[in-house]
Write a protein that binds this ligand. Structure first.
Ligand code: SAH
Length: 505
């Protein structure tokens, strides 16, 4: 008996956060993913790393030939017992040929399930501020292919009813055929003054909108070289956009911001900027890697039952330490005999993920605070394990030794420079299309200068707004010849995001 199954999943219109929870769950268990051009590739991050990723565009695009091959591929993978996710832009059953794929699966006796998605018409209407229906304007809406006459959609549109019905019309796949379709609506009786909006790459930072009327939208589109993919919304509701548009009003809309940061740091700050409409380009300037040798750490791990304390000073230390523990075949039980000190609430949270409650979480989590906390305990003669980063400050082990403890501090991970910038970020800097760069610590500026070379960095950042989190980071910027344009009053990521907003509004 094979366990093979196919989930047809709607990826939503573009913004990767517009997929459904059920869609994410399917991706989470996928063994094979067959995805489309219009499905945002970022969604693949929800799938296990080991899942096979197949880009359906390569198997023939939109031609019938290609569709047959896709159907056969889905059948073959599921027959081989795989959990297959067929990820399709928008909704699988709206101009998505999901129906045909399901037919092929049913014929082959393969079980399938379908997960709806936000279709392009709905994504575009909402993000353009154009309600498709409105109590005072129209009570109906039609989704129509702009490619009538091609494929199997041969003359199935009743143009008379469509034109005179008064409802909103949304054309899919209608950019190249725009002139012909607008003309047909006029010929069949719709007023040439009817407002029309083209919405391209709806719901993404590249969203582009062109507004006109049935009579002139084709000329306007031609003049501005308007390209697919886009939907065309026709109807009086388009006029509401002037009052209701909201997406473009977000303060950082259209701004391209490079965010320098330590590689393993959570993308929290990037998320704050994206939420305000910015296009964020990540630029890790520190990378965390394994120690050059595991020898000392392994020795300590095997000796864990003989330690009295383990001191962990960062979430990264916890992660590397537990990963190694796992590799050596141990689990949390080896800590039974020792107490654990977690420095900082994030470190404590990370330890709890492994089912362990820290015994000591110093309220002041600078090194000095930790030392102070230990000085109130009697640690004379205790054995303390302090797994650390290679470039960590030595205050804690030194001070604990001074109090009479035996301290071992093996390296659990190293900080290194990434050898290059992510290609997207480098490309944008080279093209001079970046509006702003943010630095959240001195090391982010210094490492970037090392990675690019000082001269090239200064050249690439000419005309780019420099935002620094606080005075120490700003000083490092100035030492390298950068002029700081933005520095918030309090030194937090929230304050920095707000300062950016104020600057660009
Ligand atoms: N199943 C998809 C539609 C696929 S047909 C859905 O439900 O949305 C492809 C057409 O969808 C494109 O030609 C374009 O008209 C429209 N489309 C898809 N994504 C879009 C986007 N982000 N912005 C504007 N139009 C989009």
């Amino acid at each position: 008996m094979s366990n093979g199954i196919v989930y047809l999943v709607g990826a939503g219109p573009g913004d990767p956060s517009l997929i459904t929870l059920r869609g994410v769950a399917c991706l989470g268990k996928a063994e094979v993913i067959v995805y489309d051009y219009l499905a945002n590739e970022q969604l693949l991050n929800h799938a296990p790393e080991a899942a096979e990723r197949i880009y359906a565009g390569k198997i023939g695009g939109r031609h019938n030939q290609g569709q047959d091959e896709i159907n056969s591929l889905l059948v073959a993978k599921a027959t081989a017992g795989k959990i297959v996710v067929r990820l399709k832009g928008g909704d699988p059953f709206v101009f998505g040929r999901g129906g045909e794929e399901c037919e092929a699966l049913r014929e082959a006796g393969i079980p399938f399930e379908v997960v709806p998605g936000v279709t392009a018409a709905v994504g575009a209407s909402v993000y353009a501020g154009i309600p498709l229906t409105h109590r005072d304007i129209t009570a109906s809406v039609a989704f129509v292919t702009g490619q009538e006459g091609k494929d199997k959609y041969e003359s199935s549109i009743d143009w008379d009813r469509l034109s005179l019905g008064g409802g909103t019309i949304v054309f899919y796949m209608g950019v190249t055929t725009l002139r012909r379709n607008m003309q047909r609506l006029i010929e069949h009786g719709r007023s040439p003054d009817t407002p029309v909006a083209l919405v391209r790459w709806a719901t993404t930072p590249c969203q582009q909108i062109l507004v006109g009327t049935l009579a002139d939208i084709a000329d306007r589109a031609e003049a501005s070289d308007f390209k697919p993919p886009a939907v065309t919304i026709v109807g009086e509701v388009v006029a509401l956009r002037e009052k209701l548009q909201w997406f473009e009003r977000r303060q950082l809309c259209g701004k391209k911001i490079v965010v320098t940061r330590a590689a393993e740091q959570a993308g929290e700050f990037s998320a704050k900027l994206s939420a305000r409409g910015a296009t964020v380009l990540e630029c890790p300037t520190i990378q965390l890697v394994e120690p050059e040798s595991w020898q000392l750490l392994d020795l300590a791990i095997r000796e864990l039952p003989n330690y009295d304390w383990v001191v962990l000073t960062s979430a990264n230390a916890v992660r590397f330490f537990f990963q190694r523990l796992d590799t050596l075949g141990f689990d949390a039980r080896v800590f039974a005999g020792c107490r654990i000190c977690a420095v900082g609430p994030k470190t404590a949270d990370e330890i709890r993920l492994f089912g362990i409650k820290p015994d000591l979480v110093p309220t002041d989590y600078k090194a000095e605070g930790v030392v102070d906390e230990f000085s109130r305990l009697d640690i004379q003669g205790s054995r303390v394990l302090f797994p650390r980063a290679d470039k960590a400050r030595d205050i804690i082990p030194l001070e604990l030794k001074r109090m009479g403890a035996h301290v071992d501090s093996p390296v659990a991970y190293r900080n290194i420079f990434p050898d290059r910038l992510p290609p997207e970020t480098l490309f944008a800097l080279e093209k001079r299309s970046v509006d702003c760069i943010t630095f959240t610590s001195s090391s982010t500026v210094q490492n970037l200068a090392t990675m690019l070379g000082e001269e090239l960095m200064l050249d690439m950042l000419k005309g780019v707004v420099v935002a620094s989190i606080g005075p120490i980071t700003s000083k490092s910027c100035r030492e390298l010849g950068l002029k700081v344009d933005i520095e918030p009053e309090s030194y937090t990521l929230d304050a920095l995001a707000e300062a950016l907003e104020t600057h660009f509004t």
